[in-house]
Design a protein around this ligand. Structure first.
Ligand code: NAD
Length: 279
């Protein structure tokens, strides 16, 4: 797509980070939300983040922070937000009915060129987009939290998505510095979460059996390990309590501690990104 305007729908964790990524790529960004306070706090957060990134030499793109900030504006009217947009990135809560409602509203007001993209982690394109008039312009662009620091984006088409929609989204993601990966068709969990869930499940089983049997056998190779994978855990009960107790001992689950932990994580990711840049 040509340089133009991008709309981010939902200004929570993912939406605000996407807004920064698009502004870094030089795009005008309309940040839409139904809660004014969310927009206000998102804009404050983005200002603070960009200023810090600029100080540490980690700001993305070629424009300075003030210039990038001037590209982002909040908006509470959907029609105004999408007017003239070439790409819409939906970042609302992970609820199928809510997202279907939003795509239904967009379907009525968008033109035949704009791309409708969802950040969903778990909802399949056929669930989200089937029946929409503009289904050929729809795609899932699943980021990793936070997209500003972790560039991987999974692109998952609906069976009726036009190849040009995938290609344009791929090109846009590249342009703004992300690392897009195309999936040819939808699959539960996409690729990233399938891999992640396999690792998490196995970690869970290892905690559950205290690693005894597994450690004796682990040298026998990958295939053997894969064959020893047990049934799907239920992610509840005693092990869940042990894990969540251990986690809250390290980071108590109140906003102050959680925000401090997030800031620490982002700092580490920023350091990692810096190292990669040097390589
Ligand atoms: P969040 O709760 O932080 O933010 C959601 C935002 O959407 C809020 O600001 C809320 O006010 C707004 N909203 C609610 N209803 C709305 C509506 N009708 N119109 C516009 N805005 C509305 O959620 P999040 O963590 O940013 O997740 C957003 C999406 O990104 C989800 O689909 C999630 O699965 C996906 N995602 C999340 C992560 C993650 O780790 N958090 C990673 C990848 C993808």
């Amino acid at each position: 797509p040509q340089a133009g305007q991008v709309v981010v729908i939902g200004s929570g964790l993912i939406g605000r980070s996407w807004a920064m990524v698009f502004a870094g790529g030089g795009f005008k960004v309309k940040l839409y939300d139904v809660v004014q306070q969310q927009i206000t706090s998102a804009l404050e957060y983005i200002r603070k983040e960009m200023k810090e990134l600029e100080k540490s030499g980690m700001l993305k793109g070629t424009l300075n922070a003030e210039k990038q900030l001037s590209l982002i504006s909040g908006c509470m009217d959907l029609k105004t937000a999408v007017d003239g947009a070439m790409f819409i990135q939906e970042c609302t809560p992970e609820k199928l009915e809510l997202k279907k409602k939003i795509f239904g509203q967009l379907d009525l007001i968008v033109n035949n060129d704009v791309i409708l993209s969802s950040s969903t982690s778990t909802l399949l394109p056929t669930k989200l987009f089937t029946g929409l008039k503009h289904v050929k312009q729809c795609i899932v662009s699943h980021p990793v939290n936070p997209p500003y620091y972790v560039p991987l984006v999974e692109l998952v088409p609906h069976p009726e998505t036009e190849p040009s929609t995938v290609d344009k989204t791929y090109a846009l993601m590249k342009k703004i510095g992300q690392s897009p990966v195309k999936l040819t068709k939808e699959i539960d969990g996409f690729v990233l979460n399938r891999l992640q869930y396999a690792v998490i499940s196995e970690a869970w089983r290892l905690v559950g059996v205290r690693m005894t049997n597994y450690c004796e056998r682990y040298r026998e190779g990958m295939i053997h390990v894969l064959k020893t994978f047990g049934p799907v855990p239920d992610f509840s009960g005693e092990i869940e309590q042990q894990i969540s107790q251990a986690m809250s001992e390290r980071t108590p689950a109140d906003p102050e501690h959680l925000n401090a932990r997030r800031a620490w994580r982002d700092e580490c990711l920023m350091g990692l990104a810096k190292l990669k840049k040097q390589m």
